[in-house]
Design a protein around this ligand. Structure first.
Ligand code: PAF
Length: 301
């Protein structure tokens, strides 16, 4: 059993946990090497904590498909392009570790920022067009920061498989690109379906920031995306579905679309006609402000 100190020393709180919590890069590398030497497969689930049922679904899948499961819990500063967002990002370490223990995780990797970045990471990844649109355009530097942390985790945890949620649809394409660039060829990136509340709202760590009024409005995002499927069925082209969907979102009091973009589901490049989509089809990706909270969601056509 491990006894953990949380928070700053002045306010240190202790909790007991049976799962192994690794705090150092050295510890993570050792655990991974041991597992690999023993011929075991490793499933990695990178997270920023504030875990919910969406993360749990990734962990459960990793648990089913691998001998050893590692979950990282780290709010990665280099992917935030807004200092306030980083400061207010929910941090719930003790609850996270309890959830992970219950889910049968072998190792939770819970490092400090100093442990991950003893020196500034100056790497700039050539992520190409997948990272230039949508989130890439709205949040400069965000995907480079994601590539920095995920490439470190891949190198240290030596995963056989790594699990990511499709709520961050574009992020998965960016991580595939980073893995290709960095030569992580033996690793399978597993994309897992969005988990939703019963009213359709995609689970997100940011949902806790919604006040009661905004929480009641937010499910309209998914409803409008589902309605857009019917527009396609009626024969409307992608560009027109896109336009009507943005209008529908902005018609709801309390919602403001930052973007809604219909893209090729592999390249993330915008399409105006359905026939421009490749063999993975098309996806509609949206970012909406709801009561000051930036929510993202998507749908496949
Ligand atoms: O999706 C997230 O929570 C983060 O972007 C990730 C992949 C854990 C990297 O910090």
């Amino acid at each position: 059993m491990q006894t953990e100190n949380i928070g700053r020393p002045k306010r240190a709180r202790q909790y007991s946990i049976n799962m192994e919590i690794i705090r150092t890069v050295k510890g993570l590398k050792e655990a991974a090497s041991q597992a690999r030497t023993a011929g075991k497969s490793i499933g990695l689930v990178p997270t920023m904590g504030a875990l919910h049922a969406g993360h749990k679904s990734l962990v459960d899948r990793a648990r089913k498909e691998n001998d050893v499961v590692v979950v990282s819990v780290f709010v990665n500063p280099t992917q935030f392009n807004n200092a306030d967002d980083l400061k207010t990002y929910p941090r719930t370490e003790e609850a996270d570790c309890r959830l992970l223990e219950e889910a049968g995780v072998d190792y939770a990797f819970v490092p400090t920022a100093e442990e991950i970045y003893p020196e500034p990471d100056t790497r700039v990844f050539d992520l190409g067009p997948v990272a230039e649109v949508m989130e890439g355009a709205m949040r400069p530097g965000h995907f480079n920061g994601v590539a920095q942390i995920v490439s470190k985790l891949f190198a240290w945890a030596q995963p056989t498989r790594a699990y990511f949620g499709e709520k961050d649809f574009q992020q998965i394409a960016v991580i595939r690109r980073m893995a290709e660039l960095e030569g992580f060829n033996d690793l399978t990136i597993v994309s897992c379906p969005i988990v939703r509340e019963t009213d359709g709202l995609a689970l997100s760590s940011r949902n806790v920031r919604l006040d009661a009024v905004s929480r009641a409005i937010a499910p309209n995002i998914h409803r409008i995306l589902v309605d857009s499927l019917a527009l396609k069925e009626q024969g409307l082209e992608a560009a027109e579905v896109q336009q009507r969907t943005v209008e529908a979102i902005n018609t709801v009091d309390g919602l403001e679309a930052e973007y809604y973009q219909i893209v090729d589901a592999r390249t993330m490049q915008p399409i105006a006609k359905w026939s421009e989509a490749g063999k993975l089809g098309a996806a509609g990706c949206v970012t909406v402000f709801c009561g000051g909270v930036r929510l993202i969601d998507n749908i496949k056509y």
